[in-house]
Write a protein that binds this ligand. Structure first.
Ligand code: KG4
Ligand code: ZN
Length: 367
């Protein structure tokens, strides 16, 4: 049995976890800073690093305690070292290095984006039954900073097929939530509004075409994404056509003029357009890989937006249509967490791919 302690501090969650044999999550502690940043409607990097510093030690202690393991029983220390806010990453990476050095255990640096795509493999006991997620797989990472498609050969090997050319889908959700006056954190709140509005529509009713928003697919074969046009189209639907440009633009209306029904209907319209775009691109990527003689055996989805209700439904439908196993993380492992770091690190550990105490922190992903 291998026990790995994982540490994650790339953005606004201070997290630690103990994972057994790469899958069985023995503890999962996540200390979210959402409240700290909510009044700024976004993450303030200096505040984030300071909060990580205050919380990292108690979070690690809690993770070991919840797992019921003494610190010297751990086989290795894994840490998310890229991508993220450098000041935030530095806190987790320094803690991991100090522990690995003091305990004389291997240190494993983990890429946060690769870890998101590993999250579908994680299980919280007693839910031991896991669907077989065979490789090669098609992977989609949908987070606040990334919207990327990968051909995934194994947990440690993946190749980029396409990515966003402007906003990430999570970022588009957060901006759309601001445009609709929904609050922070935008993604989950917008999802909830959209779901409620959709449920109000009598079964079989088509949505009002006047509220539909564009799906930006780029070229007919493109596997890249673009969400900035969708965001602007929503802005115009909410506030009317502007006169003037940039900071000097003035609008016919403000978000405060939206009634709750129209706010909900527009949230649902945004959600349909965003999710449908993701599903169309997944379909294109499956076709492309099959045409290259490398058909995918499963679909892996990860990142904060994989918590989205409509995306989870549509991905399950796509999997059923294409007869593919679908790996969507349990809700707890969609958002940033350290279990995905410790889980993926198990594979690097098994392969003897350790890092030295000179492990760097980097703002960008390796994939
Ligand atoms: O993976 P994550 O926790 O952090 C990054 O690595 O970026 O993703 C956070 C993103 C945010 O943009 C958040 O609004 C979005 O995921 N998100 C959602 C939902 N839950 C979180 N977006 C749409 N629907 C949700 N239910
Ligand atoms: Zn993330």
């Amino acid at each position: 049995m291998t026990l790995i302690l994982g540490i994650e501090t790339s953005c606004d969650e201070t997290a630690a976890s103990v994972v057994e044999d790469g899958r069985r999550v023995r503890s999962n502690v996540v200390w979210s800073q959402h409240e700290l940043h909510s009044r700024y409607s976004g993450v303030v990097p200096e505040l984030a690093s300071r909060a990580h510093l205050e919380r990292i030690a108690p979070v690690i202690t809690q993770a070991l305690e919840d797992a019921g393991v003494a610190i010297d029983v751990i086989d290795a220390v894994a840490v998310g070292n890229r991508p993220g806010l450098v000041g935030s990453l530095l806190v987790g990476v320094s803690a991991a290095k100090a522990l690995a050095w003091a305990l004389g255990k291997p240190l494993l640096g983990v890429d946060h984006i690769r870890a998101h795509l590993y999250a579908p493999h994680l299980r919280l006991p007693p839910a031991e039954a896991t669907p077989e997620l065979a490789y090669p797989a098609l992977g989609l990472v949908v987070s606040g900073g990334h919207t990327s498609l990968y051909e995934v050969a194994s947990p440690l090997e993946m190749t980029l097929l396409g990515r966003t050319i402007d906003d990430a889908v999570g970022e588009a959700y957060d901006k759309a939530a601001v445009i609709l006056g929904v609050g922070y954190p935008g993604g989950p709140l917008l999802d909830k509004l959209a779901r409620e509005a959709q449920a109000r529509l009598p079964a079989g009713t088509k949505p009002d075409p006047a509220l539909e928003l564009p799906r930006s697919l780029l070229g007919p074969d493109s596997l890249d994404f673009s969400f900035s046009g969708l965001k602007t189209a929503l802005l115009y639907k909410v506030r009317g056509t502007p006169t003037g440009r940039g900071a000097g633009a003035s609008f016919e209306r403000s978000a405060a003029d939206l009634g709750p029904q129209r706010q909900g209907d527009l949230a649902a319209s945004f959600q349909r357009a965003a999710v449908e775009t993701l599903i169309i691109k997944l379909g294109r990527a499956l076709d492309l890989l099959a045409s290259r003689g490398r058909p995918s055996r499963s679909l892996l989805i990860g990142g904060g937006v994989s918590a989205n209700s409509l995306l989870r439904t549509r991905v399950a439908e796509l999997g059923a249509e294409r007869r593919l196993a679908v790996g969507v993380p349990p809700m707890t492992f969609c958002l940033d967490n350290a279990a995905m770091i410790a889980g993926l690190a198990h594979h690097a550990f098994a392969a003897g791919r350790f890092d030295g105490l000179d492990l760097p922190v980097l703002a960008t992903s390796s994939v």
